[in-house]
Write a protein that binds this ligand. Structure first.
Ligand SMILES: NC(=O)c1ccc[n+]([C@@H]2O[C@H](COP(=O)([O-])OP(=O)(O)OC[C@H]3O[C@@H](n4cnc5c(N)ncnc54)[C@H](O)[C@@H]3O)[C@@H](O)[C@H]2O)c1
Length: 335
């Protein structure tokens, strides 16, 4: 069995891939650091299947070349499959798999750190520290214990976050989900509507997918229903929050602080090195990022050694299953 792997990041993916290869001497693996394009698709000639990851769209021509080499199994090492035109995949008879779950804790822990850093005013303390000011006053913090934390979406990630907040910090957790998680029913945390959650929560954390109907779930109307001085955390998808409405909410003080790992239109700026803050070509980003009460991380919540290991291993294991003709739970419905 021969698998060709595209887009292997040298800094973090190569080591787990080499470990996987050492554990599977029966599989012949070729790999490149470059993403799959029509210029290098020929590297996969003679291989049975392909494993890849990339932020850029997958070129039809590259997929056609794989098809012409007799390859029909493609496993991506991430969740998102929006880089594919499903028509291309179907035209060339591909079976596509992804890694839908790789480490919910990575994102849930990150969200909890954003809450902690905001409530203990870490950005302000960091500024003071760098300026040689080691006085605590007047940068007084707020405890999570006793606060009401509202979790929107209680699937893989939201359920871990809810437990961290409730059992780790002693918050009162409430949650809203269109399809409540049976594993959390015994906690008695569910409220019946998003409005109820918005009205009661001191800290709101979003953990839903971005379905078309949920675009700007948190807009000016939703913000108007929040408690005065609430905190908003978004480690889910940028499109769930209307950035203009968030900026207005911060300006008015309705929102006391925001922790954002994702932003609407983040694709133009995240994962790029601009050399300086001033050079970042996005005024809304700069507006948010220059506030003491906003913490932005550039979509790094998932980025842990454990998560990357799981993404590589799960995608490669899945590719073997596909090539052995087995059905796997990770097959993406491209129809
Ligand atoms: N920042 C990161 O690095 C990162 C990494 C992985 C996943 N994510 C994002 O985290 C989010 C959650 O991922 P997950 O794996 O927990 O998903 P999941 O599918 O396991 O859970 C999502 C939950 O949201 C609920 N839901 C859907 N629409 C809702 C709505 N309108 N209102 C309330 N609840 C709703 C679902 O019923 C489900 O319980 C997704 O947006 C995902 O893309 C972010």
């Amino acid at each position: 069995m021969k698998i060709y792997v595209f887009g292997v990041r040298g800094g973090d993916e190569e080591a787990p891939l080499k470990n996987w290869m050492a554990e599977h001497p029966e599989v012949e693996v070729g790999f490149t650091h470059d993403i799959l394009t029509p210029d290098n698709a020929n590297l996969a000639k003679g291989y049975d299947g392909v494993c890849s990851v990339q932020r850029e769209p997958y070129a039809r021509e590259a997929l056609k070349m794989l098809h012409d080499y007799g390859i029909s199994k493609l496993s991506v090492r991430n969740v998102g499959v929006d880089g594919f035109n499903f028509k291309d995949l179907n035209d060339f008879g591909f079976t596509l798999t992804n890694v839908p779950v790789y480490s919910p804790n990575a994102i849930a822990e990150h969200a909890s750190f954003l809450v902690g850093r905001l409530l203990r005013r870490v950005p302000e303390f960091d500024d003071k520290f760098r300026a040689g000011n080691l006085k605590w006053s007047p940068t007084i913090g707020t405890e999570i214990a006793g606060k009401t934390v509202g979790v929107i979406g209680t699937g893989h990630i939201g359920s871990v976050f809810a437990r961290i907040m409730q059992f780790g910090y002693g918050a009162k957790v409430i949650a809203y989900d269109i399809d409540p998680n049976p594993a959390l029913e015994n906690l008695g945390i569910y409220v019946d509507s998003l409005d109820e959650l918005l009205a009661q929560a001191d800290i709101i954390s979003i953990h839903t997918p971005l379905a078309p109907q949920d675009y700007h779930m948190i807009d000016a109307d939703a913000i108007s229903k929040m408690k005065q001085g609430s905190y908003l955390i978004n480690c889910a998808r940028g499109g769930l929050v209307d950035t203009d409405a968030l900026i207005a909410g911060l300006d008015s003080g309705k929102i006391a602080g925001a922790g954002l790992d994702v932003l609407d239109n983040e694709n133009g700026i995240f994962q790029k090195d601009f050399g300086s803050f001033d050079a970042i070509p996005n005024e809304k980003f700069k507006n948010l990022a220059s506030r003491d009460n906003v913490i932005i991380t550039p979509h790094t919540a998932f980025y842990t050694k454990r998560a990357v290991h799981n993404m590589v291993y799960e995608a490669m294991d899945t590719q073997i299953k596909l090539l052995n003709g087995e059905i796997t739970k990770n097959i993406v419905n491209t129809k």
